[in-house]
Each structure stands twice: as C-alpha cells, then as structure tokens.
Design a protein around this ligand. Structure first.
Ligand code: DGL
Length: 267
C-alpha cells in the first residue's frame, strides 16, 4: 500500500512542517490543506477551530489519508483531543517546543512567540507544568504576524516592525532562547534572526513532528510500498483565494505548485 499523509493548517504556515515531512518521507503521497479562507485561527474560539479541524480531517480522509498531521499549534491545542476521540487513524499534533528550549537556555529564561489561542490553552499550561521546571517562561502573543506570512510579506518593514515589537521585550526580560510556537513563524526566521541577533537560540518543532510521524506510521500502519512510477509532488488545496494561494504556496514551497479550491461542503 502507498501511504498517504494528510496535513492541514489554518493557512500556509504548515508548509514549514510539510518541508520536513517531505524530507523525512520522500516517497509518501502528501496532501496539504491551507484553511486560508478561515485564517487566522489564533483569535477564533476553540469551538470554531474544532469544527474546522473536523471538517478538514474528513476531507483529507475522503482524499485517502491514512494519517493526519495537524501542522498548527493553535488547532492542536483546541482540537487534537476531540479529533482523536472521533477518528481512529493516527493523528499527530504539535505544540511549542518547551522541552528542548528548557534544555537549551543558559540564562534560565525562555521566550515563547505564539498565537493568543495557543498561549491561553489548557494544553499549553499543562506543557509548562510538565517541562518548565525552574526555567522562567515569558510569553508573547503575536497578532498580525500570521497575516504577514499569508501575504508573503516575509521581509517588509511592517513585518520587521511587528517582529521587533514582539521579540525584543522577551530579550529585555532575559530570554536567550526563543520558541517559534506557530508554524507560520519559521518562514520569518531570517528576519527574526536579523532582529534578535546571532546569540539567541531559535527553536521550532517541524523536524521533530516529521520524525514522530515516521515512527507512528511505521508502528501503526501496514508497510509502505512506493509505486513504480515517480512519486508526484504534494497536492495542495486552499479554502481561500486560489490564485493568491498558488502564488504564496509556490513561494513558500520553493517551486511552482498547482493549488486547487477546497470543494464544498468542506470550504
Ligand atoms: N499556524 C498556526 C499555528 O501554528 C496558526 C496561526 C493562526 O491561524 O493564527 O499556531
């Protein structure tokens, strides 16, 4: 059987995770849904995000997915428990990389950049309870940053101003390690690096999620066989504007991709 992995995010941010999945599982069929018609999730209610997550998961299963990756910290916080209750296939979520950041800090202060939805969630509080220990965790919600990435504004003055506004106060409070706790933010890494300087450690979870996905599907799914024909590139869908989606997803994916409209009733 050729295994198919379904991946979704509130928008194009989850492509930062899809890059790692493509690298880790080069012969798997990958289907990505950007819920850009409903972005951002960060300021939506958990009930709304849970409803969207169920809808997107149903679509991906209909497309043949054998496992689902929630390439979104905010949707994981709101919906992973409900999805796992409802669906029987492996569902891999993601959360801010508190454990590795706590191991990395020298000064004992870690900053977290994430959406308000993630920072206010019970899952995030539980994560801190489990891993923070004696390390001080300082957090910063980042309204507007996801929208800049959705617009492809990875290096504009407005994006720089937002990054400085959110990241610099965390450094002023002593953080030497910053967690990029939203999957859109790794696309801003060059800009964040410019703003915070070389001595700050930046940590995200994309690679760890891809490794975890590989272990889960190896242990829970029947063996994977690649078809004799060349594996196609990932397939991409969006609930937002298709022309814009194609432009921005091609930019972030690194080559020209075809993007299809998420059909009704899923959009
Ligand atoms: N990319 C998302 C995350 O990892 C959500 C961003 C949003 O839509 O607010 O949290």
């Amino acid at each position: 059987m050729q295994q198919t992995i379904g991946v979704f995010d509130s928008g194009v941010g989850g492509l930062s995770v899809l890059h790692h999945i493509r690298h880790t599982l080069p012969h798997h069929r990958l289907i990505y849904v950007a819920d850009s018609g409903h972005v951002p999730y960060g300021d939506k209610t958990p009930a709304y995000i849970t409803e969207r997550s169920h809808t997107l998961t149903r679509f991906l299963i209909e497309q043949g997915a054998h496992a689902i990756v929630i390439a979104c910290n905010t949707a994981t916080a709101a919906a992973v428990a409900s999805l796992r209750d409802h669906f029987t296939l492996p569902i891999i979520g993601m959360e801010p990389a508190v454990k590795p950041a706590v191991a990395a800090t020298h000064r004992g202060v870690v900053g977290v950049l994430a959406t308000i939805g993630t920072l206010e969630s019970a899952r995030f509080a539980a994560l801190l309870g489990k891993y923070a220990g004696a390390v001080e965790i300082v957090t910063q919600g980042c309204p507007g940053l996801v929208e800049q990435v959705e617009r492809g504004e990875l290096h504009t003055p407005k994006t720089r101003e937002l990054v400085a506004r959110y990241a610099l106060p965390l450094l002023a409070r002593g953080a030497d390690t910053l967690i990029l706790g939203c999957t859109h933010y790794p696309f801003l890494k060059p800009l964040i690096r410019e703003v915070v300087g070389e001595n700050i450690t930046l940590i995200d979870t994309g690679e760890a999620v891809a490794r975890h996905l590989k272990l889960r599907i190896q242990s829970e799914l029947p063996p994977h066989f690649s078809p004799a024909t060349l594996t196609p590139d990932a397939q991409f869908f969006t609930s937002g504007d298709v022309v814009r989606g194609r432009e921005i997803m091609s930019l972030l994916w690194g080559n020209e991709v075809e993007v299809r409209a998420l059909p009704l009733p899923f959009a």
